[in-house]
Design a protein around this ligand. Structure first.
Ligand SMILES: NC(=O)C1=CN([C@@H]2O[C@H](COP(=O)(O)OP(=O)(O)OC[C@H]3O[C@@H](n4cnc5c(N)ncnc54)[C@H](OP(=O)(O)O)[C@@H]3O)[C@@H](O)[C@H]2O)C=CC1
Ligand SMILES: O=C(O)CCC(=O)C(=O)O
Length: 420
């Protein structure tokens, strides 16, 4: 199939799919239908800059499959965004939602922009224009957006408001990850990081390692990385390394997570937190630790980094942090390194987004305890199913997790018939 889906991140998603399709013995003739997105939308978003000029930003939304329900997934504002990256992220959302048992296909969207270079007024203009251009293609039962890198609750509130103005009524079920004051759910802000820490606790249990006194290194200190750090520290794990784009810190005695979080709240980045603990960002991932949490971008663990990892647990909070070449290395190190694959590890976010959507549709809101208890229940269930498959078939954790997701979508497609 000749197509527009290219680039290293899409190649990763395709290679992973081929490995899983081989393991599941999916016939060649069924594979393109499972892999390639149903719809890929490209838009131009012109906005007025503060200096009076007009800038046009490229935006995308990819809806991978519609077999199990509406599509679901975040919106990324980052310079790296292109159709290949967004498509890969949409495909991963499909396997993630199916693994968690959510009634969704995968989607992802984004704008090629550095959001930190825009003023608040420009960011609002871009967010509103993006949603406005997407109105013909999204809806509470068609495609439901959420935050991802570079977007947040405020951007979701602007999306919701823009969509609602066009409908002439409040439609808060059009996006998730909104502020609680605008129809968001308790627990969504921290859900992904909390889920990462919960699954790390399950992995520690399985390895007979106590949480208290274990050490963790976290790359990325945004929504996911910071909440994972808070929850791990609460469990007694010592956070010995953290980084973002602006700084990297490492201290074997442990960093003060409360102070890191307060610094982020005051300054918006890690720069300036400490002079003593400054460290080389290129060496952070390969330092000895019990738990390594990449919580930033794709492809940071490649065939050069993988042989040098010195962690016992690799908890993939980011989407796609490990390349297929690195996976081959990790396969040979599978007794040393316990991988919690991304589609399992970071699924807490979309799980609580699902709870938010359900609450918005019903206009009946749950308390935080109910949200977190249900979240832990779905994560435990997915974790157990992945481990059962690993034990039964002796396959790598990623293959087991993806196989559960791919198999569910494949079976649903088969039952619905080949032709419309
Ligand atoms: N938000 C969510 O609910 C979910 C997010 N994810 C995934 O988690 C990851 C992080 O997302 P999220 O926390 O929301 O995004 P944020 O934008 O909130 O934070 C991203 C963090 O990563 C850092 N970062 C970016 N590039 C690098 C780099 N090269 N080295 C070190 N740090 C870097 C950023 O630093 P800086 O600010 O300095 O650029 C920032 O600290 C992404 O892969 C995303 O797809 C997965 C599931 C759900
Ligand atoms: O909350 C959601 O709907 C999607 C979150 C997301 O983008 C992801 O899991 O990668």
């Amino acid at each position: 199939m000749s197509n527009i889906y290219t680039g290293p991140v899409f190649e990763m998603a395709r290679n992973q799919f081929v490995s899983v399709a081989n393991y599941l013995e999916i016939p060649e003739g069924h594979r393109d239908r499972l892999l390639y997105p149903k719809r890929a939308i490209t838009i131009s978003c012109p906005i007025h800059l503060d200096n009076g000029e007009t800038a046009v930003f490229q935006g995308y939304r990819v809806q991978h499959h519609l077999t199990l329900g509406p599509t679901k997934g975040g919106t990324r504002f980052a310079p790296s965004v292109d159709i290949g990256e967004v498509s890969a992220l949409a495909i991963w959302m499909s396997w993630k939602c199916a693994l968690a048992g959510l009634p969704y296909g995968g989607a992802k969207g984004g704008v090629t922009v550095d959001p930190y270079k825009l003023s608040r007024r420009e960011l609002e203009g871009l967010s509103r224009r993006y949603m406005q251009e997407m109105i013909p293609f999204v809806g509470p039962h068609i495609d439901v957006m959420a935050p991802d890198m570079g977007t947040n609750e405020q951007v979701m509130a602007w999306f919701m408001d823009t969509y609602s103005m066009y409908q002439g009524r409040t439609v808060n079920e059009i996006v998730t990850g909104k502020p609680v004051s605008s129809g968001g759910t308790e627990g969504r802000r921290e859900a992904t990081g909390l889920g990462v820490a919960h699954l790390i606790a399950r992995a520690l249990e399985r390895l007979n390692m106590p949480a208290a006194g274990s050490t963790a290194i976290i790359q990325g200190f945004g929504n996911v990385g910071s909440f994972a750090a808070i929850e791990l520290a609460r469990q007694g794990v010592s956070i010995i390394g953290v980084s973002d784009h602006t700084a990297c810190y490492f201290d074997r005695k442990g960093l003060d997570v409360d102070k890191l979080v307060a610094h982020m709240a005051a300054h918006g980045s890690l720069a300036g937190f400490s002079t003593e603990a400054l460290f080389d960002a290129n060496e952070l991932l390969v330092q000895p630790c019990d738990i390594l949490v990449p919580a930033a971008i794709e492809r940071v663990i490649d065939e050069k980094v993988a042989p040098r990892l010195q962690c016992r647990i690799l908890a993939e909070a980011a989407n796609g942090p490990t390349t297929p070449e690195a996976d081959a290395v990790l396969l040979s190190r599978r007794k040393e390194i316990f991988v919690i694959p991304d589609i399992l590890c970071n699924s807490g976010g979309v799980i609580v987004s699902y709870f938010e959507w359900v609450q918005d549709l019903q206009q009946l809101f749950w308390g935080r305890n109910e949200v977190i208890t249900r979240l832990r229940g779905l994560l435990d269930d997915a974790f157990e199913r992945v481990m059962a498959r690993v034990d039964k078939d002796d396959v790598p954790h990623r293959v087991a997790a993806m196989a559960i997701g791919v198999d569910k979508v494949a079976k649903a497609k088969a039952m619905r018939g080949l032709f419309p």
